[in-house]
Write a new protein. Structure first.
Length: 134
């Protein structure tokens, strides 16, 4: 399923704290289906999904299987249309490695930014109540 929802991308940079990808969201992406007829834009949940997926890949390379615990300070500033080229950057916090900031830019302008907090999935198994997003 992820192949349908994730645009093809190429890596620009990766180091110990950050990873940056450039991608084009194809017009055929299911994200645009019904959002909105006659004026398609990439919904905010789609942008969050792209950011979390990149964080999840980064954590997986480090041997951790994570779930999304919390999203903070998200700002959607620019609409992303079908065919737009975007740059996605995720960077983890140096002191709190489960905290990531993300920025999506389109045409040199910030389209979205915010903070995501992830936690290893095993830690959620011990809790009652609200669960993680996996």
């Amino acid at each position: 399923m992820d192949e349908d929802w994730l645009p093809q991308s190429h890596e620009i940079r990766e180091d110990q704290t950050a990873r940056v990808l450039r991608m084009t969201v194809p017009e055929s992406s299911p994200w645009f289906s019904g959002h909105f007829p006659g004026f398609p834009i990439l919904p905010g949940i789609g942008q969050l999904y792209l950011a979390f997926n990149l964080i999840r890949e980064r954590e997986k390379k480090a041997g951790r299987n994570v779930a999304l615990k919390e999203i903070k300070k998200v700002r959607f500033r620019k609409m992303i249309a079908p065919g737009d080229s975007i740059t996605l950057e995720v960077a983890h916090h140096r002191i709190n490695p489960g905290r990531y900031s993300f920025t999506i830019t389109a045409a040199g302008t910030i389209a979205a930014q915010g903070t995501m907090i992830v936690q290893e999935k095993e830690e959620f198994a011990e809790r009652d109540g609200d669960g993680p997003i996996t």
